[in-house]
Design a binder for this molecule. Structure first.
Ligand SMILES: Nc1ncnc2c1ncn2[C@@H]1O[C@H](COP(=O)(O)OP(=O)(O)O)[C@@H](O)[C@H]1O
Ligand SMILES: [Mg+2]
Length: 379
């Protein structure tokens, strides 16, 4: 039996471990604390730092296939492990590109994949200078090259006061503000034999305050032509990266009907969570199939669904408590996935619910009731 190692022990690792349990696969996880979501569900949980060379190297030596649930891992250790024969999916080479938003954008340009224009800057001062000299004009989006997630590491700069107050003091890229009609995502998978499959395109709706996904709608309300274009682009992208496992491709559908790649994640992703409850194969099962080089599973949708991220209520930090559980459980088609994070924080992703129904309109109504009904705060 192959031992699967996962760098990271958060909710994605937990859900991967749950999928692995169905196939009786041993899952080893590496992260700072056994109290993290994947702790109780891993065959073995090693406490350590996935950013530390030795921790990653020593962990990797003990497993047969090594994968990730977060990009920001020590890739030098992965390159060494790869040399020593450990199977690593996604490849450290692809990870090095993807974990740096600047290199990622450059990769799309080099591979003739559509993405918005961008420029590299050393930090906030260089950006201010560029605006003063007329090289860069408002509005624009600044993105930290490394380390960002869930809208952290992204600043939308529209006004002079944004320019004075909101710039991030880190190596970054800037992009023009895209005139977005819809934000879409396609989760693709590829195995070592080169077989590729994609899940149906989903539509992401954002919480404007937190700048992270609130609702995920499947199927997306788009034309067959856009669906086909989005899917074809995801297939081209995963092939260009030459990686095995999942690749979640976040896309912008612009008001003029263009499709642009925003960013990708080479792992299970928030935009594939609904697949557990609404597709024949879940993204987690698919990732395991892909990294073990089995035939990929059927990605057909069983039922329309809306996924809602359950976020920590604003104004509360501390031991998490869930109010309104009974009311939410009484609603039709609700599948709750609570991650088991001990501490809640404003807008922290604490879980998600996937609501299945005959239509996405009906599912959305119920998903809103879940969002309002289940309040995550401290007592
Ligand atoms: N160039 C852009 N134009 C308009 N909105 C953008 C642009 N880039 C990012 N955004 C908005 O910010 C969100 C987060 O940006 P993203 O690069 O995906 O960062 P994260 O890693 O936090 O998901 C996007 O989903 C989108 O809503
Ligand atoms: Mg994103």
């Amino acid at each position: 039996m192959q031992k699967i190692g996962i760098l990271g022990g958060g909710q994605l690792g937990k859900m991967l471990a749950l999928a692995a349990a169905n196939r009786d696969l041993p899952i080893w996880s590496l992260d700072k604390s056994k109290d993290f979501p994947a702790g109780p569900f891993s065959t073995k949980f090693i406490e350590g730092d996935f950013k530390n060379y030795d921790d990653v190297y020593n962990f990797g030596k003990q497993v047969d296939v090594l994968t990730i649930e977060i990009e920001h891992v020590n890739t030098d250790a992965l390159l060494q492990l790869e040399k020593e024969g450990v199977k690593i999916h996604p490849s450290p080479r692809a990870l090095n590109i993807i974990k740096d938003k600047g290199l990622q954008k450059q990769f799309y340009i080099d591979n003739n994949l559509p993405t918005s224009d961008f420029t590299f800057y050393d930090g906030a001062e260089a950006i201010r200078t560029a605006v003063e000299s007329g090289d860069l004009s408002l509005p624009f989006v600044q993105k930290s090259r490394g380390g960002g997630y869930d809208g952290k590491g992204v600043a939308v700069i529209k006004t002079q006061s944004d320019l004075a107050e909101k710039l991030l003091p880190v190596p970054s890229i800037t992009e023009p503000l895209v005139d977005i009609d819809k934000e879409l995502a396609v989760v693709a998978a590829r195995n070592e034999d080169g077989e590729i499959k994609t899940f149906p395109t989903v539509e992401m709706e954002f919480n404007q305050t937190a700048n992270l996904v609130e609702f995920l709608i499947c199927p997306a309300n788009i034309s067959a032509e856009i669906e086909q274009k989005a899917t074809a682009l995801a297939v081209k992208t995963i092939a260009a990266y030459d990686l095995c496992g999942l690749l979640a491709v976040e896309l912008f559908l612009t008001k003029s009907g263009e499709i642009l790649i925003n960013e990708v994640a080479p792992r299970p992703h928030n935009s594939g969570h609904h697949t557990i409850d609404s597709c024949y194969t879940s993204q987690f099962q698919q990732h395991l199939r892909a990294i073990q080089n089995y035939p990929l599973g059927d990605t057909t949708m069983k039922t329309p669904s809306v996924m809602v991220n359950l976020l920590g209520a604003d104004g509360y930090t501390g031991d998490a408590h869930y109010a309104g559980m009974a009311e939410v459980m009484a609603l039709r088609g609700v599948n709750l996935h609570l991650y088991g994070k001990k501490t809640t924080k404003p807008f922290r992703k604490m879980g998600h619910a996937t609501v299945t129904a005959e239509s996405t309109e009906e599912a959305k109504k119920i998903a809103k009731q879940v969002q309002e009904g289940l309040v995550i705060k401290t007592v």
